[in-house]
Structures are given as structure tokens and as C-alpha cells.
Design a protein around this ligand. Structure first.
Ligand code: NAD
Length: 457
């Protein structure tokens, strides 16, 4: 039987050895999910919702254990891990209310007849998720998929298997057997799951894996939701409130050690205010201490893996070798753990790898530009990604014009991009295919089916 090691990124030590789900076990799990799906679909929505609320309550009782497990497996400060876990568990009831609206049948009248539009589940959904928000990302798929009457086979990231197991245990024990199923392993198990007898893949992860899944899902024309990576720009015009723009740039480049899909990855600042802005950014970023996520003084934990840290270090080294100025940090630490410090780069050229490929690390990358709206839009759109973007200016109309020109799913103007209740989370261009969240997102776990019959006018 094969297995893999669960590593603490703050020490490099193995904290658990996890059995990999074998091909034959995976086939059995998917078959079980298929067998019980019709009964789950036939369970009235309110009953399904009640069972899911009970699952969330069980997870809520374990929120401290969950937070500690997250920090041990992927490193983020334990207070942040707790906030993530509590927020997403608490969010379950709200999502279920939205799903009730999304699933409500619609009556479409016609002359002499009536058509009822019902939403049917797709069947068995594979949920394949990343490690950076190890509670939030799984729940963003599991809750709407299960509430809609699908059964689910869930594969958490191989970097957070114990967090995934806790989620599956708490929800799974509240649901009928076989409705929510866990498989463990890396990309090969994910690939086998995509190929298996599932009807849909709900995936959150990198653009490259998303592309591989999309190709593989072509066999059998499986439905897809892909929420992928980003390279979000932040544009600072000369009339902006530089203090709040700098706060946003630093916080959202460094939060979660920069390992956020909608991190600020590129900052374009008008030349006239570039020097002043740079000084503000360096002063603020200097406060972002790093260390073990269990140390209350750490604003950032380690990077998730040695591999991820090497990728970030290579982008920074390449940028500096190509003329960018290293204003803070930039040196990988020797010693145990995968630490990388808060880093600020100035005068980063748009042609560099760090301006185009997702960094996913704690780097504020500053690029001066001529301060025009046209150039801001051109630079913001100069990557294949389109997840989020941020624009700072003293002129809201200008901010809105630039925001409309940027081809991304969500833009924050004079604030970090934010989601009001019910907003879908959308990746434009190569940041996604389909989307999660909101009424429209929840409906993607269903197919509309029309039933038409004669009816007197
Ligand atoms: P990843 O793509 O390496 O892995 C994601 C999941 O896919 C893991 O469970 C992995 O085991 C699995 N996987 C790998 N290869 C596979 C294959 N061939 N077939 C099926 N499954 C496979 O991503 P990651 O490193 O875990 O997460 C970081 C990425 O996720 C970043 O790019 C980040 O931007 C993105 N992300 C996006 C969002 C969003 O909402 N758009 C949210 C969080 C993270």
C-alpha cells in the first residue's frame, strides 16, 4: 500500500503518514457515491439542508483542533486559521439559504400550456481542492454540490490531508453513508478521480492543473467548474490616497505569506508619486514579521513547501538580475522550515517572469508607469489571468472606467476587492471556467429541466 508524508512547513518534519487511495479503492468509492445518489436526490431539500447544518455544527465544535491542524500542515498563523475555519463553518447556513433560492422551481407560462423549470443535480461530483484555504475552498464546493442533491467524492490537497479528513469526518458522519466520500493522494489520485465515473469536477487550484483537468474531462464530456490562479494588478494613480493604497498593496501581497489566489501580485504606480509610494510600502512591509504560525508575533508563517519557496526565490533572483531594485527581504532563510521574508522590489520591468507568472509568495512588486488610464488598462490586462484587480484614484469615475476596462472577475476601487453577500467568485480568461458562489454559482451544480403540459389560459 502506498503512502505519503504530511510535512510541517515550519520545521520540515513529518507529522503524519497518510495512506494513498488506490485505484481499486477509488473505483469502489465512486461506485458507492453513485449508488446512493438517487436516494440523496430524493431526500427533500430541507432535510438535506438540515443534515448539512448538523455537519457544520460538528465541524464548528472542532474549530480549535481544525485551526491547529491547518497551521501544522500549511503554516498560516493559527489565529488566521481559526478565523478561516470559523467564518466558513458559520457561512454554511447562509449558503444553504442561497441554494434554496437557486433550486426553487420557476413557472414559465405560455399560451394554453405551462412549463415548470426544475433544477436537477448532476449526479456524482468530484471535489478537488488546494491547500491555501484548506477549509474555505473545500466547503465552497461541498455545500452547494451536496445541497443540490449530488453526492461527492472529495480529494483535499496532499499538503493538507488531515484538515481534509476532519472536514469529511464531521460532515460525513452527519450525512447518509456514501453521500460524502474522502480520497487521499496527490495529482495522480486527482487525475484518476477525473477519469473515473463522475459526472462533474469542481476544482480549485492552479491554472496548469485546471488545463490538464479540462483536457481529461473531455472524455465523457464531464461538467466542470474551474477556479484557478491569478496575477492580480493594483493600479495607483497620482491622485490616489497613497497611504491606503500602500496599505492595500502590502497587506494583500503578504497575507497568507502571499499564497492567496487574489493576492496583489503587481503594483503599477504613477511615476510622479512612485518614490513616495515606494517609501510607504517599504515602511509598512518591514512590519510583516515571519515565523512559526504558533508564535503570536508572526504575521506570516512559512511558505507551504520547499518547492513553492524555490519558485518564489527564482522569480525574485531573476527580477534583481534583470535590473529590479531589491528594497526589502529577498533572501531565503537557511535552517529548518520553508521561510521566506516579506520582500519588496522596485522598478520591476513588465517583460519579466515575475510580472506575468503567478508568484504565490510574499513579494510586493512595484512597476512605475506613465499615469495614464490607457496604459493602466493595458498593463493590467497584460497577462493571461483575470481573477481580481484593484484601482486607487481620487476620481471614482476614472476608477470605474479603468475597472471596466480590466478583464477580470472582480475589481476593488479605493478598497480591496470585496464580495458582498451573494456575489459570485469569478475567474475571467485563464483564471477560471464556470464559477462558484452566489445564486448563479450554486446553479452550476445542477441542470435546468423543463416539464411542459397543457393548461387552460
Ligand atoms: P494545484 O493545481 O497544484 O493542486 C490543486 C489540487 O489538484 C490538489 O488537490 C492536487 O492534488 C490536485 N491535482 C494536481 N494535479 C492534478 C491532475 N492532473 N488532475 C486532477 N487533480 C490534480 O494547486 P495548489 O498548489 O494546491 O493551489 C494553489 C493554486 O490554487 C494557485 O494557483 C492559486 O491561485 C489557486 N487557487 C485559486 C482559487 C480561486 O478561487 N480561483 C482559490 C485558491 C487557490
Amino acid at each position: 500500500m502506498s503512502s505519503f508524508n504530511d510535512i510541517d512547513p515550519a520545521t520540515g518534519e513529518t507529522i503524519a503518514v497518510i495512506s494513498t487511495t488506490s485505484e481499486s479503492e477509488l473505483r469502489e468509492v465512486v461506485a458507492r457515491a453513485r449508488e446512493v445518489q438517487p436516494a440523496w436526490e430524493a431526500t427533500p431539500f430541507e432535510e438535506r439542508a438540515e443534515l448539512l447544518r448538523a455537519g457544520a455544527a460538528r465541524l464548528g465544535e472542532k474549530v480549535d483542533e481544525l485551526a491547529e491542524t491547518i497551521t501544522r500542515e500549511m503554516g498560516k498563523p493559527v489565529a488566521e486559521a481559526r478565523r478561516e475555519a470559523a467564518a466558513w463553518v458559520g457561512h454554511t447556513a447562509e449558503v444553504l439559504e442561497e441554494v434554496a433560492v437557486a433550486l426553487a422551481p420557476e413557472v414559465l407560462p405560455a399560451k394554453g400550456s405551462e412549463t415548470v423549470l426544475e433544477r436537477q443535480p448532476l449526479g456524482v461530483v468530484a471535489a478537488i481542492t488546494p491547500w491555501n484555504f484548506p477549509v474555505g475552498m473545500p466547503l465552497s464546493i461541498l455545500i452547494p454540490a451536496l445541497a443540490a442533491g449530488n453526492t461527492v467524492v472529495f480529494k483535499p490537497s496532499e499538503l493538507v490531508p488531515l484538515t481534509g479528513a476532519l472536514i469529511a469526518e464531521c460532515f460525513g458522519s452527519a450525512l447518509p453513508k456514501g453521500v460524502l466520500n474522502l480520497v487521499q493522494g496527490g495529482g495522480d489520485v486527482g487525475a484518476s478521480l477525473v477519469k473515473s465515473d463522475v459526472d462533474m469536477i469542481g476544482f480549485v487550484g492552479s491554472r496548469d492543473t485546471g488545463e490538464r483537468i479540462m483536457k481529461a474531462a473531455g472524455d465523457g464530456l464531464k461538467r466542470l467548474i474551474l477556479e484557478l490562479g491569478g496575477k492580480d494588478p493594483l493600479v495607483v494613480f497620482e491622485d490616489a490616497d497613497l497611504e491606503s493604497a500602500a496599505e492595500c498593496a502590502v497587506r494583500h501581497s503578504l497575507r497568507n505569506t502571499g499564497q492567496v489566489c487574489c493576492s496583489v501580485e503587481r503594483v503599477y504606480v504613477a511615476e510622479k508619486v512612485a518614490k513616495e509610494f515606494e517609501e510607504l510600502v517599504v515602511a509598512k512591509a518591514s512590519d510583516w514579521s515571519h515565523g512559526s504560525g504558533f508564535d503570536a508575533g508572526s504575521k506570516m508563517g512559512p511558505m507551504v513547501s520547499a518547492e513553492q519557496r524555490s519558485k518564489v526565490a527564482a522569480q525574485v533572483t531573476d527580477a534583481v538580475a534583470s535590473g529590479a531594485r531589491l528594497l526589502l527581504g529577498g533572501e531565503s532563510e537557511s535552517g529548518e522550515g520553508f521561510f521566506y521574508p516579506a520582500t519588496v522590489l522596485g522598478d520591476v520591468d513588465q517583460s519579466l517572469t515575475i510580472s506575468h507568472e503567478e508568484t504565490f509568495g510574499p513579494v510586493v512588486s512595484l512597476t512605475p508607469f506613465d499615469g495614464t488610464e490607457e496604459r493602466a488598462v493595458e498593463l493590467a490586462n497584460d497577462t493571461p489571468y483575470g481573477l481580481g484587480a484593484n484601482v486607487y484614484t481620487g476620481d471614482l469615475e476614472k476608477g470605474l472606467r479603468v475597472a471596466r476596462g480590466i478583464r477580470s472577475g472582480q475589481v476593488g476601487i479605493n478598497q480591496y476587492l470585496g464580495s458582498a453577500k451573494g456575489t459570485p467568485w469569478v475567474g475571467a480568461r485563464q483564471s477560471g471556467f464556470g464559477f462558484l458562489g452566489g445564486i448563479e454559482g450554486h446553479r452550476q451544480f445542477t441542470l435546468p429541466k423543463s416539464l411542459s403540459y397543457p393548461k387552460a389560459d
